[in-house]
Ligand binder design. Structure first.
Ligand code: PGA
Length: 279
């Protein structure tokens, strides 16, 4: 059976790097160097740089197709949460957001139950969600990687429904409202990547879980990205897997040369899979 057509997505997670003074220029440079309309490109700068990136992309002729994403949202709408940012605050600044990144699970103690609430909030604000899941090294070595990731997907998405207006409720019509990034924790920022076949196996486990959660077409329409030390030299191994729909890129996403190489390869994949340029 031929599954629903999924977009090829390259999302850059800039983490706690760049400032409002330099983020716009970096975003515009990346937009110019990655001008491949078949690839859904998303840049996720720090909160304080969102406006600068949005404005720079709007002013750059090749920036129109590049989406802006946040790196996190709070699980409540508003209230006494010093230093936090809620999903509705992002409207007009970003159309995507990452949630559940392993660095937040590690540093901010985020649990699957909390991330589940964040997914709801982001969805209700009309944001596209990139939900991150991934096992620790010890869990992989113990043969428990799929079990751990399946439990994360279940915990983060249990009870979560698609937006009332369907995928069209989100601001970027090129992608469904939900994307999952499989990011083995031991591969993030370490220069060590998973093997393409392992990532594909995990994508299958993720989609099996989505099916159990009653996602339409057993999650076949949900893009699954690989993340963890992706560079222009390592991306091909993942794009060669039909189950993998692109990458969530950290360190390399700050380097225009690297992004140019990664997105060029993603464009070849997208064309090979029959993607049409965004109109
Ligand atoms: P990395 O980060 O590419 O620097 O390993 C990936 C991520 O954390 O999303």
């Amino acid at each position: 059976m031929i599954g629903p057509m999924r977009p090829v997505i390259i999302a850059g997670n800039w983490k706690m790097q760049t400032t409002p003074a330099d983020a716009g220029e970096l975003a515009a440079t990346i937009a110019r160097r990655t001008n491949e309309p078949e690839v859904v490109r998303v840049l996720c700068p720090p909160f304080v740089c969102l406006a600068a990136v949005r404005d720079a992309l709007a002013a750059e002729p090749t920036g129109r197709d590049v989406a802006v994403g946040a790196q996190n949202v709070h699980h409540e709408l508003a209230g006494a949460y010093t230093g936090e940012i809620s999903a509705p605050m992002l409207v007009g600044l970003a159309t995507w957001t990452i949630v559940g990144h392993s660095e937040r699970r590690r540093d901010a103690g985020e649990t699957d139950a909390l991330i589940n609430q964040k997914v709801w909030r982001a969805r209700d604000a009309g944001l596209h969600v990139i939900l991150c899941v991934g096992e620790q090294l010890a869990e992989r070595e113990a043969g428990r990687a799929a079990q751990v990731v399946r439990a994360q997907v279940r915990g983060c998405l249990d009870g979560v429904k698609a937006p009332a207006g369907g995928d069209a409720a989100s601001g970027d019509l090129r992608a469904p409202w939900l994307t999952i990034a499989y990011e083995p924790v031991w591969a993030i920022g370490t220069g060590r990547t998973a093997r393409g076949v392992d990532a594909a196996e995990m994508a299958a486990a993720i989609r099996r879980t989505l099916g159990e959660l009653d996602f339409e077409a057993d999650g076949e329409g949900v893009p699954v990205l690989y993340g963890g030390s992706v560079t222009s030299a390592t991306i091909d191994e993942f794009l060669a897997e039909p189950a993998i729909d692109g990458a969530l890129v950290g360190g390399a996403s700050l380097k225009p040369d690297e992004m140019a190489g990664i997105v060029a390869r993603a464009a070849l994949t997208a064309r090979g899979r029959g993607a049409q340029p965004a109109s």
